[in-house]
Design a protein around this ligand. Structure first.
Ligand code: 5AD
Ligand code: SF4
Length: 461
């Protein structure tokens, strides 16, 4: 047993958050303790993101800062793991000479061995594990770590088979593979037993769950053998079926999932959302652009009209659904007219929230071959316009709750004393009058006020 400490900071998506939990689970099982600050750690890992240039720059900057710690503690181990490790490999060692370890998303299960290699031999050599796995996945070191709280993430599929022209994910995370349903259901049952009430299913494109399982079955597996349900051999094991299985076979209170690609989100999904009591009235459905010309250039596989049709069908089946989205502004060739169509689509859909991203070229993607020709100031102005527009829409959407009673899962203390913070099933933040005895409880709250980003309310008698 060693008594080393590890500090791990995570950038990027929820998949990365979950990966970080897996890493901490493995390392704590090996005797590591979790350090709360980098200064107290023997091993510092940054789990990085490559989806936008900004996320990469932050991680590079942070690692640069941390490298200074090595002046006084040369034995400190610095590691870059995750998407950037996969994408930049050698460049990392060049730009950050103090880094000892680089391991991509597919090599995370090797980390205990890689760290042992560094600690034991401490040969000044660096360790790079990208695209080679030391141990097969089935032999992944045991150990479970979960962030405390009301919510937990469960990965249901890895990788992405799409080829959106701006996106680096297929490069960093590889081909889609779905996890067997039994494994997922057991994991959720265990989490529910441990007290987690809000479970988010994770995948780059959860709607294509079931396409390819590790054994080669799946509705588009290389063997072309459909995976059907054992208990009901008429039923295809796809994402809507998975939702129904989890709903039926576990006691989870709230079930969410992200991310959904609109191309693979069908009526079957909306019906499952309507029918399953645990599935929350919330859908993150990234549209990226409202212009058909740009949607084609992004290779999204749907038109503005097809997207809007899906949204209205969903709203027929689940009338109170809360929708969120991702939007990219400043994609190569984006004209004023393209931009205006995106703004119009946002007004039409009335999202509850929207994440707006300024396009940045990612090395090796198809879009990166085109000139990044929307000037910075234009991107900035368009970004501001959409942020302001979404603020208006969000506020209007929140007002629908005023005077209503809603179910709130209390997460913990709000900023002010005497107030607690929680979320509705639609993922809206609510500040509730009350104290710590409400913590981690599901309560019915009467909404008294809606501010631009937050609801306020009182526990209903
Ligand atoms: N530039 C800007 N935003 C991007 N996204 C993905 N790739 C890029 C890029 N190259 C955004 C998309 C995606 C979200 C996670 O990040 O909107 O849905
Ligand atoms: Fe970032 Fe995409 Fe990797 Fe998640 S999968 S960390 S969003 S690059």
């Amino acid at each position: 047993m060693n008594s080393k400490t590890v500090f791990l900071q995570t950038y990027g998506c929820q998949m990365n958050e979950r990966d970080s939990e897996e890493v901490l689970g493995m390392l704590t099982a090996q005797g590591y303790e979790i350090a709360q600050a980098p200064e107290q750690a023997d091993v510092i890992l940054l789990n990085t993101c490559s989806v936008r240039e900004h996320a990469e720059e932050r991680a590079f900057g942070k690692m640069g800062e941390l490298s200074v710690l090595k002046r006084e503690r040369p034995e400190l181990v610095l590691g870059i793991i995750g998407c950037m490790a996969k994408l930049h490999q050698d460049a990392i060692f060049k730009r950050l000479p103090k880094v000892d370890l680089v391991a991509g998303p597919a090599e995370l299960y090797d980390l205990p061995y890689l760290l042992a290699e560094i600690h034991e031999k401490r040969q000044r050599g660096k360790v790079m594990a990208v695209g080679r796995a030391f141990r097969p996945l089935e032999q992944k070191p045991a150990g479970e770590y979960r962030r405390p709280g009301v919510g937990a993430f469960v990965t249901i599929m890895e990788g992405c088979d799409k080829s959106c022209t701006y996106c680096i994910v297929p490069k960093t995370r590889g081909q889609e593979v779905s996890r067997p349903a039994e494994e997922i259901i057991h994991e959720i049952a265990r989490l529910v037993e441990a007290g987690y009430q809000d479970i988010t299913l994770l995948g780059q494109n959860v709607n294509s769950y079931g396409k390819r399982f590790p054994d080669g079955t799946g509705y588009k597996g290389p063997l072309g053998r459909l995976r059907l349900l054992e208990e009901d051999p008429e039923t295809l094991l796809d994402f809507p079926t998975l939702l129904r299985l989890i709903d039926r076979r576990t006691n989870v209170k709230r079930l969410r999932f992200t991310t959904s690609h609109p191309f693979d989100a069908h009526e079957r999904l909306f019906e499952a959302m309507r029918d399953c009591r645990s599935v929350c009235d919330w859908l993150h459905l990234p549209v990226q652009s409202g212009s058909n010309r740009l949607l084609r250039a992004m290779r999204r596989g749907y038109t503005r009209e097809a997207y809007l049709d899906k949204v209205s069908r969903l709203r027929e089946l689940v009338p109170d659904i809360s929708l969120s989205t991702d939007i990219i502004i400043g994609f190569p060739g984006e004209t004023d007219d393209d931009f205006e169509q995106t703004a119009r689509l946002m007004r039409e859909v009335e999202y509850d929230s929207a994440f707006i991203f300024k396009y940045s070229p990612r090395p090796g993607t198809d879009a990166a071959a085109r000139e990044d020709d929307v000037p910075r100031e234009v991107k900035e102005a368009r970004n501001q316009t959409l942020l302001t527009l979404q603020d208006e829409i969000s506020q209007k959407r929140l007002q629908r709750f005023e005077g209503r009673e809603v179910e709130v899962l209390i997460e913990g203390q709000a900023k002010r004393p005497g107030q607690m913070f929680g979320r509705t099933r639609g993922n809206h933040g609510v500040v509730v009058t009350g104290d710590a005895e409400l913590a981690e409880r599901l309560v019915t709250v009467r909404i008294t006020r809606a501010l631009p980003h937050t609801l306020f309310g009182e526990v209903a008698a």
